[in-house]
Ligand binder design. Sequence first.
Ligand SMILES: *[C@@H]1O[C@H](CO)[C@@H](O)[C@H](O)[C@H]1NC(C)=O
Ligand SMILES: *[C@@H]1O[C@H](CO)[C@@H](O)[C@H](O)[C@H]1NC(C)=O
Ligand SMILES: *[C@@H]1O[C@H](CO)[C@@H](O)[C@H](O)[C@H]1NC(C)=O
Ligand SMILES: *[C@@H]1O[C@H](CO)[C@@H](O)[C@H](O)[C@H]1NC(C)=O
Length: 624
Amino acid sequence: MAAVRVLPFFLLLLLPSLSFSLSEYEALLKLKQSFTRADRLSSWLPDSSPCSAKWVGIICFNGTVTGLHLTGFDISGKIDIEALNALHGLRTISLVNNSFSGPIPDFHRVGALKSLLLTGNQFSGEIPKDFFAHITSLKKFWISYNQFNGTIPESVTQLSHLIELHLEHNHFSGPIPPMNIPTLKQLDLSNNKLEGEIPESLSIFSVDSFKGNEGLCGKPLDKVCMGDNKTNTNVPNQIPPEKKTNFVVVVVLGIAALVFIAFAFFTCKQRSEEEDNFGMLRREKVPDSVSVVEVHVPSSTSNRSNSRASETSRKGSSRKGSTHGKNGMSDLVMLNDDRGAFGLQDLMKAAAEVLGNGGLGSAYKAVMATGLSVVVKRLREMNRLQREGFDAEMRRFGRLRHRNILTPLAYHFRREEKLLVSEYIPKGSLLYVLHGDRGISHAELNWPIRLKIIQGMARGMGFLHTEFSSYELPHGNLKSSNVLLGDDYEPLLSDYGFHPLINTPNAVQSMFAYKSPEFVQYQEVSPKSDVYCLGIVILEILTGKFPSQYLSNGKGGIDVVQWVLTSMYERREDELIDPELLSYTNSRNQILQLLRIGAACTESNPEQRLDIREAIRKIEEVQI
Ligand SMILES: *[C@@H]1O[C@H](CO)[C@@H](O)[C@H](O)[C@H]1NC(C)=O
Ligand SMILES: *[C@@H]1O[C@H](CO)[C@@H](O)[C@H](O)[C@H]1NC(C)=O
Ligand SMILES: *[C@@H]1O[C@H](CO)[C@@H](O)[C@H](O)[C@H]1NC(C)=O
Ligand SMILES: *[C@@H]1O[C@H](CO)[C@@H](O)[C@H](O)[C@H]1NC(C)=O
C-alpha cells in the first residue's frame, strides 16, 4: 500500500476529487499491455504501487506518478492514451529511442504535459493541425529522428511556454509558422524539407537550426529570399490582431468566470456547512507553510458524537426534519460498536492517508486518538437512494454478524458526501498478499491457508445470499481486493450488498459482477453472477496468477478461465497449480478438485454454472 503522507482526515476530504476511473497502477498496467515488447518493464506488477515499489521508468513526486521515462527501452506497439489520461499528475513523457511507429498518438488529450520527448522512433505521417492547441502547457517538445511529414502545424505558435523545440531529421515540408515565442531557447528544424522565408523572430537562432532544408531563405542563412514570394511565409498577420485580442479577452473572461464560480461555490459550500453546523472553516498557517483548512465542530454537537445517543435519536425519528436535527449536524451514525463508539469529530481529527481509489470512490486509512484504525470509504456513486432508503440499507449492514463478513462500523450521510467506516485490517487484501511485494508474502499462503480462505469466502457468500436473498446481486463486487485477511487468515468479505445503492451505469463501471459473461453478452445479472466472481477468486488463489478479468479491457494478467479450460482439456492440469503449492504432493488431487470447482463456477453459461448452494457444498467437501 502506497506510503502517502499522513494528514488529518478532514484535510483529505477537502482535497479535490480523487475518484479516477483507473488507479495509477491499473493505468500503467493497461499502458504496458498496449506495448508489444516490454521486456524491461517486468517490475510493473499488479497491485504493487508504482511509486513506493519504484517501478522502472516511473517518476513520482509526493506519491503521485508525474513522469514516464522509458528512454532506450526498445519498446514498440501502441500507446494507450486513455491509460495515460488516467494519470492525472503526469507531466513529462520520454519515449526517446524506442521503436514506436505510426501516426503521433493523441497526446494532446493528456492534460497539462510539460515535456513530450519522442525523438528516435519511427513515427510518421502528419501532425494534426490543432495538435498543439490543446497542450499549450508544453515546455519541451522533441520529435527529431522520426518520419513525420506534412507541414509544421500553425498551432505550434500557441505554445507560449515553449523552451525547446526539436523537429530535426524528419520530412517536414512547407513554410515555418510565424513563431514568436519569447521563452524559446532551443530550436532545431534542420534536415527537413522546409521552404520559404525564415520568420524574423527566429533569425536570432544559429544557422545550424535551419541547415539541411534546401528551400529555406532569409536570416540567419546566407541565402536571400528572391523572386516569387508566394512560397514565403512572411505572414505575421495571419492571425489578425483583433482576433488575437479576442482570444486573450475570451481566455481572461473565462478565467475570471471560473474564479468567480469557484469562489461562489466555496462560499456557498461554506455557508451550507455552517448551516449544517459543521463548523467554521478557517485558514491557518502551519509551520511547514502548508496552508491548512481546519474544521471546528462546535461543542454543542460534540456530545452528539457519542454514537449510541445519535443512533437511537436517529432511529426514533425518521422524519426529514430530524435527520438534519435542530443543530442540522449530520454526524456519524454508528452501526456496530464492537470496536467502541466514535463520532465524526474523532474521525476528522484522525491522522489519515490515502489508501487508493477504487471504482466506488477513494479509500482512506484513519488512526484515531483512541488508537483505533479505520478505513473510510467515500462512496461517490451511491446516489440511487434518498436518505431514508440509504439509512435502511446501512442498518441492514450493521446487523450482519458472521465471521467471514466485515460489518461496517459507522456511516455518514449527506447528499453530497457519503462515508462508510470499517475496521482497518492490517494484513490487507487477498489481492495484496497474493500479488503484492514481488511475491515475498505469496509463499506464506500455503495450501491449508488457501483452502481456509476459499472455504471462508464460500461461507461468507452463503451468508450474504441468505441475508440479501431478494437482491439480484447479494454481494455484487467479490474480487480479491475485497477479501481482507484477518491475522489468522480468516477471510472477511467487504464491499458487498451495494447493488440497491448504485445507479446501474455506475454499477456497471464499478462492480465486478458486471464483468460476468451474462452481463457482457446479454446485459443480465443474477445471483449466479456472484458465483462467477467467486470462481475467479478460486482460480486466482490456486494459480497464483492475476486474472485479466479484473482489468477493464481484459488485457493484462492472465485469462484464468480460458487457461484453466484449455489446460484441463489437454490434461495438463499440473501446470495450472501455483508453483508455491507444488510441494503439497499429497494434496494434488484436492487442489485439482478445487480447480474444477472454480472452473464450474466460471462456466460462461449461467444455466450450466453451479448455483451458490452447490458451489458451497462442493467447496466444503474438499479436505486438506
Ligand atoms: C503532496 O500531496 C498531498 C496530498 O496527497 C498534498 O496535500 C500536498 O499539497 C502535496 N504537496 C505538494 C508539495 O505538492
Ligand atoms: C538515442 O540514440 C542515439 C543514437 O544511438 C544516441 O546518440 C542518443 O544519445 C540517444 N539518446 C538518448 C537520450 O539516450
Ligand atoms: C506523409 O506520409 C504518408 C505515409 O507515411 C503519406 O501517405 C502522405 O501522403 C504523406 N503526406 C505528405 C504531405 O507528404
Ligand atoms: C520578396 O521578399 C523580399 C524580402 O521580404 C523582398 O525584398 C522582395 O522585394 C520580395 N519580392 C517580390 C517579388 O515581392
